[in-house]
Design a protein around this ligand. Structure first.
Ligand code: NAP
Length: 344
């Protein structure tokens, strides 16, 4: 079977290699992988700016596969099930623990899923909604679950609330779709009017071009008659503006650091300035987010099955085109998710 390996940092360090077929041991399931999706995190791993990566490594965390064999004692999944492995392999329920951080697919010392065949502990697998294509189902693990965790686990967004999502990448478009499905009205920001028009077709209530309107928080306040928004999906690291966009008691979910991310210079994150007075005035809440646990993943999948929406797949690349797919994600020209078809 073929598997991608990251042997040295950078795109030149990625190689498609032959390996013996893995077998399912007791408590494990063997998956024939169908599709994967890329996240900003995968680029950070390849460029060496994601903490703790030990090489060589099978890259990429998010994917869906079909169970083709199970080991002794397996009851959670059966041959023929279409399933997805969770990101933090030991985080099944409750709050995350420090030991869960070392068990995340596709980083640290934990291999990812970019292989034709892969074995997982049955406890780490969740069934995906039936209405989704393989590519759509491959987008749930990080982008979908992070938006779900922010809106409905860390916070309790409800019908009638106003949510603002920054940009039109993977997490933000899931944030738009999940919030709309819950009856919230959503403001989307983007550098592109074309992408904003597309966001409206997904149910965006209002849109703001953050290039044309750099003080977008003021526009968000104006659009909400001076009230502000209940929740900001904060993927950018623009905390001072996000705090000023909040209504009384509103929350920013601290998810990303896109404005401080540079792949050519190799930098990530950094210290964000906050707005102490803005937080005091709004009684605002700042919520740190790190994906979600298995229980949350299953709850999200039930909600997506009921709501019946389809995650947005911008483009799908062939298994042999992983470097092209990563370069495309890095360009930022996508809307929603970028996938890699592995098989089937
Ligand atoms: N904490 C967690 O659990 C978690 C989970 C997932 C992701 N993340 C982090 O969240 C961030 C987003 O991840 P992703 O996978 O959704 O990224 P992505 O799909 O690559 O998102 C890229 C999009 O973000 C927008 N963007 C980029 N720079 C921006 C800026 N300065 N201001 C406003 N928008 C900007 C652009 O949208 P337009 O083209 O529309 O302008 C761009 O197309 C990353 O930093 C990632 O590491 C964290």
């Amino acid at each position: 079977m073929r598997t991608w390996q990251l042997r040295t940092l950078g795109y030149d360090g990625l190689a498609l290699e032959e390996r013996p077929e893995p077998q399912a041991g007791p408590g494990q399931a063997l998956l024939r992988m169908k599709s994967a999706s890329l996240n900003s995190r995968d680029l950070q791993v390849v460029h060496g700016i994601y903490p703790g990566s030990q090489l060589p490594l099978v890259p990429v965390s998010d994917g869906v596969g079909e169970v083709i064999a199970v080991g002794e004692g397996v009851t959670r999944v059966a041959v023929g099930d279409r399933v997805s492995p969770i990101l933090f392999q030991t985080w099944l329920r409750g709050p995350i623990t420090s030991s869960d951080w070392g068990q995340a697919l596709g980083a640290g010392g934990c291999d990812g899923i970019l292989s034709e065949l892969a074995v997982f502990d049955e406890q780490t697998l969740v069934k995906v909604p039936a209405q989704l294509t393989d590519d759509e189902a491959a987008t749930l693990t990080i982008a979908g679950l992070t938006a779900w965790q922010a809106l409905f686990v860390a916070d309790s967004v409800k019908a009638g609330d106003t949510v603002l999502v920054q940009g039109t990448g993977g997490v933000s478009i899931f944030g738009l779709q999940l919030a709309v499905a819950a009856g919230a009205r959503v403001i989307v920001t983007s550098s592109s009017d074309e992408k904003l028009a597309r966001a409206r077709t997904l149910g965006a209530w209002e849109t703001i071009n953050y290039r044309a309107t750099p003080e977008w928080q003021e526009e968000a306040k104006r659009l909400t008659d001076g009230v502000g928004v209940n929740h900001v999906i904060e993927v950018v690291g623009d905390h001072r503006r996000s705090i000023r966009a909040l209504c009384i008691g509103g929350a920013i979910s601290v998810i990303g650091y896109l404005q401080n991310l540079s792949f050519d210079g190799g930098t990530r994150g950094g210290v964000q300035e906050t707005d102490v007075m803005g937080l005091i005035l709004s009684n605002g809440r700042v919520l740190g987010i790190a994906d979600g646990n298995r229980d949350a993943y299953e709850a999200m999948n039930r909600a997506i099955a009921i709501a019946g929406f389809h995650p947005v797949v911008d483009r799908t690349f062939a298994f042999e085109e992983v470097v092209e797919a990563m370069r495309y994600l890095e360009s930022g020209s996508h809307f929603g998710k970028v996938c890699i078809r592995i098989g089937g």
